[in-house]
Ligand binder design. Structure first.
Ligand code: AMP
Ligand code: MG
Length: 367
């Protein structure tokens, strides 16, 4: 299959959807209406979209991603009035969250209606719904006249895609079209909040932080067991996707964490040197501040190792924005081992460290 690349030139330059861009969005919407698959930008990561009402479209999404069919898809809407068609038993708390954070990087899990087939929900009676704020995502969903099932537009298990080039790398030849609307601003997947039961549960941390949810609703939030560490054999997480290896670079990755930045840099250096001595092509993934500490330890370090900067450690939004792109860059360079700095887990740092811990298969050294 030829995958058509639809580049929104004007939107990428100005942030405004021009008539020429809108014509390309209409073309992509036509593909969706005919049951085809289209990758498109959102504020979190690129989504791989298909009509959520069509069993065959959902089946093809799983096939294109190589995703296990019990890992449900998120259904995207472009107007709050679409919610009642896909979700039932919507609680007051869910309405409050929708009022405050939609459109935006928040997904909520509800009881599903009959409109959404089990093929889309991975066999569950619940459906995950998101109303994205990205102008291209909104325009595409609206023009399709549909509800768009869209998991992240990557091959299952690989880092999520945050630019059209990543979608081309993973999905070219597997889907009908890719809409290029530039880089995704947040760079990490949406927060997932389960509002289908009596107790609200955080299933995946994201840019809508647990602090924001707790403050908005005046509650203290419980978290799925899968957020705290690797799941024991036989334990079934609430979000089925949590049991699968995720966000993973091809390289083995170990996180080095600790409150003393100098000790942390020493730990990263020691680990990287051990792996290099063992013959592994090794890279460092760390903040500018950590790189300065590393250069003080070994002025020649930049000639010995590939070093990827995540920006200042004070700017966790920027670090989050860069993470998946850097993991893909290291894959492309044939890196075999990554020694990565651990970051503070407050606010968006919690979502960032959640993805990093999974990418590292929960291997963490505390300095
Ligand atoms: P992705 O679309 O690749 O970002 O992954 C979607 C995530 O949403 C997966 O981890 C799913 O397990 C989760 N999810 C989707 N639908 C549901 C649902 N009905 N209940 C719980 N988790 C869900
Ligand atoms: Mg995903």
């Amino acid at each position: 299959m030829d995958t058509k690349l639809l580049v929104l030139e004007d939107f990428k330059r100005t942030g405004q959807i021009s008539e020429a861009d809108q014509a390309k969005i209409a073309e992509a919407a036509g593909i969706l209406r005919n049951g085809g698959l289209v990758a498109f930008p959102t504020e979190t990561v690129y989504g791989l979209g298909g009509d959520a009402r069509l069993k065959e479209a959902s089946r093809r999404i799983y096939e294109a991603k190589g995703r296990p069919s019990d890992n449900p898809l998120i259904v995207h809407i472009s107007d709050i009035s679409q919610l009642d068609a896909v979700a039932s038993d919507i609680s007051d708390a869910a309405r409050i969250m929708a009022d405050k954070y939609w459109p935006g990087p928040l997904t909520m899990v509800f009881k599903k209606t009959d409109l959404i087939p089990y093929e889309t929900t991975g066999g569950l009676d619940t459906v995950a719904v998101r109303y994205p704020v990205h102008p291209v995502a909104k325009a595409l969903i609206a023009a399709s006249g549909a509800y768009i099932a869209a998991p992240s537009a990557n091959i299952s298990g690989r880092p999520s895609t945050t630019a059209a080039a990543h979608c081309i790398e993973d999905l070219s030849g597997r889907i009908e079209a890719i809409v290029d609307g530039g880089d995704c601003e947040i760079g990490l997947e949406s927060t997932i909040l389960d509002v289908s039961g009596d107790n609200l549960q955080l299933l995946r941390p994201g840019a809508v932080t647990s602090e924001m949810i707790e403050e908005t609703l005046g509650i203290s939030l419980s978290e799925d067991a899968a957020l705290k560490g690797p799941l024991a054999e036989g334990v079934r997480p609430k979000a089925p996707g949590m049991k699968y290896r995720h966000y993973a670079p091809k390289a083995e990755m170990i996180l080095v964490d600790g409150s003393d930045p100098v000790k942390k840099a020493e730990g990263i250096y020691k680990l990287a040197m051990e792996k290099t001595a063992a013959g592994k092509c090794t890279a460092l993934l760390c903040s500018d501040e950590c790189i300065s500490d590393l250069v003080r330890l070994d002025p020649d370090i930049k000639n010995k190792l590939s070093i990827k900067s995540t920006g200042s450690r004070e700017d966790e939004a920027e670090t989050a924005h860069k993470l998946f792109e850097l993991l893909r860059e290291m894959d492309a360079e044939g890196i075999e081992f990554i020694a990565a700095e651990g970051y503070d887990e407050a606010e968006i740092g919690k979502a960032l460290m959640n993805r990093m811990k999974k990418a590292a298969a929960w291997q963490i050294i505390h300095t």
